[in-house]
Structures are given as C-alpha cells and as structure tokens.
Design a protein around this ligand. Structure first.
Ligand SMILES: [Zn+2]
Length: 625
C-alpha cells in the first residue's frame, strides 16, 4: 500500500496520471480564497449541521444509544434513509484538509465522528443507521434503501484519509463493510444493484488503495447487472436509476442526473482498470450527447424537478432548471475521469465551465449557505418557489449538496494538472506550486495568474531534469485568440483551442507566458432550446454572467429589459461584489421602447456564481433581444 497516490481516480493505467498529493499547492488568488473559506467556515458549519440534522445522532443510535431515528422525508412520505452519507462526505472533506495542514479543531470533530461510525458498525461489517435503528432486513430494499450508496461514500472517505494522512481507521471500517457486501453480492452470491449508483467507483478506488481485486470484480459485476431490470419500474420508471438498458449499450443519459453521472464515473473507473475500450467508449458517447443536448450554459445538468432528471434533448428551461449542485459536482468527477482516460482537453473545458458556474453558485460568499437547485432565471414576481430555489439555505432535509461541495473544494487542487511519461499538462489556471515526477526526472513549476479576471498565465520552471520534456497548457475552447511566449528567443506562438505544447531542454528560471484573450462574448443559444430562443447571454473567459434586480436601471424591472444590439457590452471592475471582480455593463432598452427612461441605459451583469448574495429578487442569465 502506498500513501503517496491521490484521489480522485488515481491509477497508473490511465492515459494521464494525477500529480501526487503533497506536490500541488494552491497559494493565492481566486481559488485560495474559496478554499480558505471552505476550510475555515464551511466545513465547521457542516459539523454543526450534522449534529443538528441528527445525521450523527442516528449513527449514535445505531451504536446503541437510546432514542428515535430522526430524518425528514419527501412529499410522498418517503423517509430519507441516506443521512449516513452526509457524515461520510464531510469526513472525506476533512481528510483532504488535514492532509494539507493540521487543524486541531477539525481533527477533534473528525475523531468524534469516526468513533461514532466505528461503534455503529455491526460485528459482521453491516453498517446503515436507518436499517439498524428503524428496522428492516439488511439489503431488503436495494431500490430505495441507499445502503450501497452510503457505503460508497464511507469508502471514499476512507480512501481520502488513507491517501492524505496514512490514517486507516476509516479504511478498516470500510473494508469490513465492503467485505460484507461482497460476501452477499459477490460473483457466487445474490444479483443486486443499488437504486442510487456510487458504490461502483468507490469499490474501484478501494482496490487501488488495498490491492485487493475482489472490490474491482464486485464493481464490474454491479455494472454489468445494471440494465437487467433488477430494480423494477419504481415511481419514475427504470430509466430513473439507469436500469432500463445495459451500461454498454445506452446511447444517451437518462433518468436521475446525479445517479447517471455517478454511475458513469464507475463505468470509466472499471473500463480503465480492465482496459475495456468498449465500456469507455460507451461513456464517451453518452457524455458527448449530454454536453451537446442536455447541458445548461452554466454546466448545470438536469431540467426536470419531478424525478431530478434529465429532460428531453434541448429541454433546458432557465427558470425551471433543476441543475442540482450535486449534478454539476458529479459532472466534474466524470469529466476528470474521462480527461485522465483519454487526455482530451475538451473534458478539462467541461470541468472549468462547471466549476466556475454551476458548482460555485451552489455556495454563498459567506460559505455557510447552499443552493440545491441552480436555476438560470428567477422572476421578480413569483407565486411560490420550492425550498432553496430562490435563496440559499443553511442546510437541507436531503443534504447531499453541501458536504459534496466541501469534499470537492477540499480536493480541487488535485484537478489542476497531470503528468505522463513525456511531461506535465496544466489544465486549470490557478496560482499554484506543483511538482511532478516524469520519466526524465523531477519537474517543479510555479504558476502565477489573475485568472479568471485576467487572461495571462505565467509558468516558472523552478526545477527541471537535464533531459527534454513537454510542457502542455490548455487553451480553452471559448478562447479565440491565444499566444504562447517561451523562454528567450521562442515565440510568440499563436495557439488554437485544445492544448499548446513546448518540448525542449528546459532550464531552471525559464518562464513561459500564455496570454488568453478575454473579450466579453455575446452568446446565442442553440435554436432548438425553445425556452431561450431570441435571447443572448454574456460571458467572459470561463464565467457566465447574470443580471440581478439590484443592477437594473432606476425605475425599471428586470423583466422590462431587452438587449440593445446597437451598443457593445463592456467589462468593468465590480469591487462592490468581490475583490478583483470584473462585471459587465450590458446595453439595454426597456421592453416598451417608447419609454425614454432606459435610452442609452446599461444593466450591470455579475458572474453567475456570485448571484443571490445581496437582497434576492430577480435574476436572469438569458436576456431577450
Ligand atoms: Zn445534491
């Protein structure tokens, strides 16, 4: 076993490999601020909420403390049985954080939680507070019980603690739990899959850290069993849990968005470990259709509230968008796996779009309030709206999103760069120090940038082997003009979307500068998206912008605004919204163009991720022409 490999999806078998954990550090700027907020505010808030919500209390009951199981449910009278997963996701986040730097308060809270989890586990390895306290047969309701799903998150937490800290307390618990599942559902056992995928990718990771291939075999078996109708029709049809078609055959995504995306993470992991090209190609097919036909401009996915599901192709209403924060997070996890497996830059583009927009909008600037759904429009006047649809909440009865944000932000540094035998690939532009061991030797780099506000990225070569190697930098798909200036006498070289590479004998002290042009872009929607036909959106760099009621011309209402195509939008500083923040002044006229009030007016657009941090009224991304 090694403690130097990193999550997520660390494997030597992929086309690109992650850097090793201590070798990447975000030092300053946009992401450093958000990671500090996550560590100092969001994660402590999470522990507080785990106690208030009874997620920890329910595990205490499973450990033998007397009391009643507490959980809310949905409108159909279904009591949520998956609160254990909130605890595990939070523990995963703490594992990554403590690996970066010690924190006695967080460590003490985690010690408490780990002790409770350990005490709750039955001697045979079974662990699920709902079944243990409320009653029922273990694995008696695979469709709705979420038992494997919860154990999947336990495993991910255990992997984080193992890789980040070499602390195997959770790994011991997770292995017993996985062994209990394998005993019952392994190759000679029952045929069963969970209604909520997620355990599959976790089992692959468990094989990666333990070397025990039983878990990989179990994951592959669960994937092959899906699509055989084992889960039945349920409330929403077999598509809801992707049991309508085998994972090898399904041409498009279907059903519940998070379930589909978690499932495909597991499919990629198994495909990479088993060198199964057909299996990998099936996910690539689904992904490219998903990005083309069912993805919001913000990277959000899922447009139907009824089943938290994908809609039909181009069914992407901005006001009724579901776009669950967890779906954006899951899309980052899946795109990362596809990037590692294939090396194709378009997957890093998708990570960028989702992170800066669909994911970051899920959390407030205070770090303690969260969106579950992420609409692209909120009407100024509304009859009603569901919980969390208009304003962020401090927690949810179904609290999947908040701790999911915590664990993604805690591990975000690991998504920035990769290596292969030939060199180092930088995918996301963040102020960071990084080290990579490649076949030529050890490379140390320092990246400095004001991205996403400015487009210049400077890479300093701090240490390099004597042999030549390739530095590869991503040129985002949205960028229409990029130049690369290498060390003395090289460049500038014009670069197109994809990746720009320099292969050379580097010297310590060499500098490479990538300049990405960041004009304001006026984006038209695909005409097949009926709900926004005739509208435009403004973007700059990786950021999608929106207009809030607070920034419309005096006397006007958000719904009165129309885009004025005769004038150009302009980037402007918005220090009132955030440090270094760049807004966009959008030229508008009023709906009734005879109204002189808005002649020559502008409305101020701010990054979508920053919306709903002031008084929450109207908001829209798409502006009518
Ligand atoms: Zn969620």
């Amino acid at each position: 076993m090694s403690t130097s490999t990193v999550w997520p999806s660390a494997t030597a078998r992929s086309r690109l490999r992650p850097l090793e954990s201590p070798q990447l550090e975000i030092v300053d700027g946009f992401w450093a601020e958000r990671l500090r907020l996550n560590r100092e505010r969001t994660i402590p808030h999470g522990f507080d909420q785990l106690q208030r919500s009874a997620a920890l209390g329910n595990l205490r009951l499973a450990a033998g403390v007397h009391g009643d199981y507490q959980a809310l449910g949905d409108s159909a009278g279904f009591t949520f049985p998956f609160l254990d997963s909130d605890v595990y996701k939070w523990l995963e986040a703490v594992g990554w954080e403590l690996g970066r730097a010690a924190d006695p308060g967080l460590a003490a809270a985690a010690d408490d939680a780990i002790a409770i989890v350990a005490a709750a586990q039955r001697p045979d390895g079974y662990l699920n507070s709902y079944v243990q306290v409320v009653g029922g047969v273990p694995h008696g309701d695979l469709a709705w019980g979420h038992e494997f799903y919860c154990i999947g998150h336990l495993i991910q937490a255990a992997v984080a603690w193992h890789r980040s800290l070499g602390d195997d307390r959770l790994l011991a618990i997770a292995r017993r739990a996985a062994d209990r599942i394998d005993d019952e559902f392994g190759p000679m056992g029952r045929s069963g899959v969970d209604g909520h995928p997620g355990v599959e990718m976790a089992l692959v990771e468990l094989t990666r850290v333990t070397g025990d291939r039983r878990y990989l075999t179990l994951a592959a078996r669960m994937l092959e069993l899906r699509g055989q109708g084992l889960l039945g029709h349920g409330r929403f049809g077999a598509e809801y849990w992707q049991d309508h078609e085998p994972v090898r055959d399904a041409a498009t995504v279907a059903g519940h968005a998070v379930r589909q995306l978690y499932l495909d993470c597991g499919v990629v992991d198994v495909a990479v470990e088993l060198d199964d090209h057909d299996l990998l190609a099936a996910v690539q097919r689904r992904w490219s259709d998903l990005v083309r036909t069912r993805t919001y401009l913000t990277g959000g996915m899922g447009s139907r509230h009824r089943d938290e599901g994908f809609g039909d192709p181009f069914e992407l209403p901005p006001d009724r968008a579901y776009a669950e924060t967890c779906a954006a997070i899951a899309s980052v996890m899946l795109a990362w796996r596809l990037l590692l497996a294939t090396g194709e830059a378009s997957y890093a583009d998708a990570i960028e779009r989702a992170m800066y927009n669909g994911v970051l909008a899920g959390i407030s600037q205070s770090g303690t309030r969260f969106f579950y759904t992420n609409p692209l429009q909120r009407r100024t006047v509304r009859a009603s709206e569901p919980l969390g649809h208009g304003e962020r909440a401090s927690w949810y009865p179904c609290a999947c999103c908040p701790p999911n944000l915590m664990r993604l932000l805690s591990s975000w540094q690991q998504y920035l760069a990769t290596r292969d035998d030939a060199g180092v690939q930088i995918h996301q532009y963040v102020n960071a120090d990084m080290q990579a061991d490649i076949s030529a030797g050890t490379v140390r780099l320092s990246v400095s940038t004001d991205y996403p506000w400015q487009g210049r990225v400077t890479v300093h070569i701090v240490q390099t082997p004597d042999h030549p190697w390739t530095l590869s930098l991503r040129v985002p798909q949205w960028c229409r003009s990029a130049t690369l200036t290498g060390p003395k006498g090289s460049g500038p070289q014009v670069a197109g979307a994809g990746s720009v590479e320099q292969f050379r004998n580097w010297l310590a002290g060499d500098t490479v500068i990538l300049d990405l042009d960041l004009p304001v872009r006026v984006t038209e929607p695909d005409p097949r998206i009926d709900a926004v036909r005739g509208c435009v959106a403004v973007e700059r760099g990786p950021l999608v912008y929106c207009i809030e009621s607070a920034d419309v011309p005096p006397g006007a209402q958000l719904e009165d605004l129309r885009w004025d195509p005769r004038r150009q939008p302009a980037a402007v500083p918005r220090p009132d919204i955030g440090r270094a923040m760049v807004g966009i002044n959008v030229p508008v006229v009023l709906r009734d163009s005879s109204d002189s009030r808005a002649a020559g007016s502008v409305a101020g657009a701010i990054p979508y991720f920053a919306w709903a941090n002031r008084r929450v009224e109207g908001m829209r991304v798409w502006i009518p022409r």
